[in-house]
Design a protein around this ligand. Structure first.
Ligand SMILES: O=C([O-])CC(=O)C(=O)O
Ligand SMILES: [Mg+2]
Length: 230
């Protein structure tokens, strides 16, 4: 493929729905913990509404301030897909709004993630489809291209390949490679169950706090002073 920067790959190697659904109901924080606390999209990319994100990535590399390729992705993406838009973090121009998001909703897309800005935020906040973005501005997009569809992109410091699994909640988004997904989902589920037991122990007053005892701190070299600061 020679026309780097202006090309469209129509096919995405999507993981099976069963593999994706293994993450349903798991807090994103627990999933990320089981990836050694890596692979989370930068905190500036936030949920616009309360809808939970889970699905395979359909990627767009957009020219700054331009959404021609994003519009094309709306036509090419399949129900359940998450359109991931890399505009290099630029927030001077919004690259989507209510008209486009109504089309995404109508198509049954899994969600939209933009390392950039949106507009028509009042309507987007009320939508049942998950939308994540870095900023809001009324200043709209141009529609000229170039750009690319379904190549690896970078959003919030994380590489996203077409077909990677994205999971998002109020905390943010984690990106999972399909080949690692089964193991990570199993570990995250076990962690969630362990946390449920921790919550019960907190209520029962039986939670083991020995890791934070005075002895544990002294062993680390901490000075513990039974007096006022003066
Ligand atoms: O003009 C655009 O392409 C973005 C927008 O506001 C909309 O989709 O409503
Ligand atoms: Mg609009």
């Amino acid at each position: 493929m020679s026309n780097v920067g202006f090309r469209i790959f129509k096919k995405v190697n999507r993981p099976g729905r069963e593999l994706i659904d293994a993450f349903a109901g798991l807090p994103v924080a627990n999933i990320a913990d089981e990836m050694n606390r890596f692979s989370c999209v930068a905190a500036r990319i936030k949920a616009v509404n309360k809808a939970l994100l889970l699905g395979p990535a359909f990627t767009v590399k957009a020219r700054i301030g331009d959404n021609m390729l994003f519009h094309k992705a709306l036509d090419l993406a399949e129900p359940g897909d998450i359109i991931v838009v890399d505009v290099q973090g630029d927030t001077v121009n919004s690259v989507t709004g209510e008209i486009m998001m109504r089309q995404a909703l109508k198509k049954g897309l899994g969600g939209i993630v933009i390392d950039g800005a949106v507009r028509d935020i009042g309507a987007l906040r009320e939508m049942s489809m998950p939308i994540y973005a870095a900023a809001v501005t009324p200043q709209g997009p141009y529609k000229d291209g170039p750009g690319e569809i379904n190549v690896p992109v970078s959003i919030g410091g994380v590489v996203v390949n077409p077909g990677d699994i994205l999971a998002g909640d109020a905390d943010g988004i984690v990106v999972i490679r399909p080949q690692d997904a089964a193991v990570i989902a199993a570990k995250a589920k076990a962690k969630q169950q362990k946390e449920a037991e921790t919550f019960k122990a907190i209520e029962a007053g039986t939670l083991d706090r020995s890791a934070y005892s005075d002895e544990a701190f002294i062993k680390k070299g901490c000075q513990i002073i039974d007096d006022f600061y003066r």
